[in-house]
Design a protein around this ligand. Structure first.
Ligand code: CTP
Length: 216
């Protein structure tokens, strides 16, 4: 199968030396890319700026901004069987990017932020590929994850609770709950991201197979 996996954060420029970003390390996305290759799938990995070695055998596309992420996903999604949107795409970007470094002044500074485009929500509803979203939540995990599943018309949403210092962002372990479009759910208990990734890739490939069987 052909996997398109996104990973890491995006960076939204404020001026030539500053940006807004988030704490995503890219570890989960890279672990999934590795697990997919290990399982014999082909992988295109669209990655934001991270400090990780790209998995051998993956086609790596490096991006920085949410707009570049949007364009890259749209360019490649037509050629995949499973899209895994693991990237922590910024929700807002500065309304204006200053061409010059903003100088320090002795007064408060307000930044006007505008929403970025939502990559997942922009994808066609009538599609051939399985769309997997991720939901990083600090509260009401199930309710929020199910909302995202519906709002972004995903086939699967993988949710993780990011307030736990031992699981989720920047850590080497993860614990996730998987919500399916049909209402079912499944849990993977805390384990190294590598193991969680292997399980997830199996589940995604299996689900994509089921969709194909239903359609034929
Ligand atoms: N996502 C996206 N485009 C964006 C923002 C998010 O495609 N501009 C995707 C993420 O890659 C992820 C899913 O949407 O698969 C959910 O992202 P998350 O940040 O958890 O949710 P948001 O929709 O941004 O909502 P909130 O931040 O309010 O929880």
């Amino acid at each position: 199968m052909r996997f398109l996996i996104t990973a890491g954060p995006t960076r939204e420029a404020i001026d030539p030396v500053r940006y807004i970003s988030n704490r995503s390390s890219g570890k989960m996305g890279y672990a999934m890319a590795e697990a997919a290759i290990e399982a014999g799938h082909t992988v295109v990995l669209i990655s934001g700026p991270v400090n990780l070695t790209p998995p051998r055998g993956a086609q790596l596309i490096s991006i920085l901004t949410s707009d570049q992420m949007y364009d890259a996903v749209h360019r490649h999604v037509g050629n995949c069987d499973v899209l895994v949107m693991c990237a922590a795409v910024a929700d807002y970007k500065p309304a204006r990017v200053s061409a010059q470094k903003i100088k320090k002044r002795d007064e408060t500074l307000s930044l006007e932020l505008i929403p970025t485009r939502d990559v997942l929500a922009s994808l066609p509803r009538d599609r051939q590929f399985l769309a997997v979203g991720f939901a990083a939540e600090t509260n009401d995990v199930e309710e929020n994850a199910r909302k995202k599943l519906r709002a972004k018309a995903c086939d699967i949403v993988v949710a993780n609770y990011v307030s736990d210092p031992n699981s989720g962002m920047e850590t080497d372990e993860n614990e996730v709950t998987i919500f399916f479009r049909g209402g079912e759910m499944n849990k993977i208990s805390r384990a190294p991201k590598k193991n969680v990734a292997r399980e997830l890739i199996k589940i995604f490939a299996n689900e994509r197979e089921k969709c194909l069987t239903k359609k034929s």
